[in-house]
Design a protein around this ligand. Structure first.
Ligand code: ADP
Ligand code: MG
Length: 345
């Protein structure tokens, strides 16, 4: 008889976890940007080379990470965002599983540099090496904030690399992630560079006019010109944002952004409520366009449904559905008669 059960090496365990959340460059960028936003950054600079496969670098000006915490930031199940199960009930940050950096660093060459002080020389950088993923720390000048650099994604997991598409496709998805986050964090400035070519640069947008400018830059000026601004608050629920007039309907459901407490979600209940509100103003087979933000008590919504966190579960889904439907139906009511006329012509 011989014993055959062995513990997985830390790297292998992390690579397996990475299978769930790290699908492509876009998923890496999503995790890095969410971390930067959770760190209270007001400016994010994103660089990518070759669709992000060769290089992704995110630099922020957030709170930074203490030298002693850097190794922890790279280990699995280490997070500064929740401490006990109860915290999950009211999680307000975007991340909370404490596995993104560990996962990403197991399938790429990742270096994290950070500094919590105003003294640039006080910065440190860390990387995890080998099958035990031991952390190597080095002094590294860095302004206050954090830079995460991810090179050669999937260099050690060829099977995963095979699923990557063309540079153009991968960059497109990465860009979509940046846009989705830029739409929900108006107070943060963003810049995006691809192969050293500036692609986007959005200043912090603090007034409605500035926000509308950003939405127009991201969703197109035609959307903005045909959009109604909505803002309604009732019974602890708040909905605000822009909905396109029926005249700006789409042949595909490709311009639908919905955020719950700042988190982009795709949810059947939400889609259904919005659809229903547009029902008698849209032609069959056309899709509404919208950028909407729902805000509610974090304790009444469960975001811990899936690792990629696109789904949510509302405690009172009937109430949320009704509120969305009524609010949008009412907003579109003013345009309804005129639209009926057009249809009858
Ligand atoms: P999670 O975000 O789920 O906590 P991560 O693996 O993404 O897990 O990050 C681990 C920890 O590293 C975070 O909880 C946070 O304390 C720290 N961290 C990661 N990125 C940053 C950043 N850009 N700025 C400050 N702290 C960060
Ligand atoms: Mg995270």
């Amino acid at each position: 008889m011989s014993s055959v059960i062995k513990l997985l090496s830390p790297r292998l365990a992390n690579q397996i976890a990475a299978g769930e959340v790290v699908e492509r460059p876009a998923s890496v960028i999503k995790e890095l940007l969410e971390n930067s936003i959770d760190a209270g950054s007001s400016r994010l600079d994103i660089e990518a080379d070759e669709g992000g496969v060769k290089l992704m670098r995110v630099r922020d000006n957030g709170v930074g990470i203490d030298k002693d915490d850097l190794p922890l930031a790279l280990s699995r199940h280490a997070t500064s965002k929740i401490y006990e199960l109860d915290d999950l009930e009211a999680v307000a940050t975007l991340g909370f599983r404490g596995e993104a950096l560990a996962s990403i660093s197991s399938v790429s060459r990742l270096v994290i540099s950070s500094n919590q002080t105003e003294q640039p020389s006080a910065g440190w950088s860390a990387r995890s090496e080998g099958r035990d993923m031991e952390t190597e720390l080095m002094p590294a000048p860095h302004p206050r904030g954090t830079t995460v650099e991810v090179r050669d994604l999937f260099f050690n997991t060829p099977a995963r690399r095979k699923f990557l598409r063309t540079e153009k496709t991968e960059f497109g998805r990465l860009e979509d992630v940046v846009k989705r986050l830029a739409l929900s964090h108006f107070d943060v400035a963003f810049s995006l560079t691809h192969n050293n070519r500036p692609v986007h640069s959005w200043r912090a947008a603090n007034t409605r006019i500035e926000q509308e400018r950003r939405v127009g830059q991201i969703c197109g000026s035609a959307f903005m010109e045909n959009a109604l601004y909505v803002e309604v608050e009732r019974a602890g629920l708040k909905l605000w944002g822009w909905v396109a007039l029926p005249a700006f309907s789409r042949s595909q459901a490709d311009l639908q952004h919905f955020y719950v407490n700042g988190r982009a979600i795709k949810d059947k209940l939400v889609t259904h409520a919005v659809r229903q509100a547009y029902q008698d103003v849209l032609f069959h087979g056309r899709h509404p366009a919208y950028v909407l933000y729902l805000e509610l008590d974090p304790a009444t919504v469960d975001v811990n449904v899936h690792p990629t966190k696109h789904e949510v579960r509302f405690r009172d889904s009937r109430l949320v559905h009704d509120f969305l439907f009524r609010t949008l139906h009412h907003a579109l009511a003013d345009v309804r008669p005129q639209d009926q006329l057009e249809k009858n012509e």
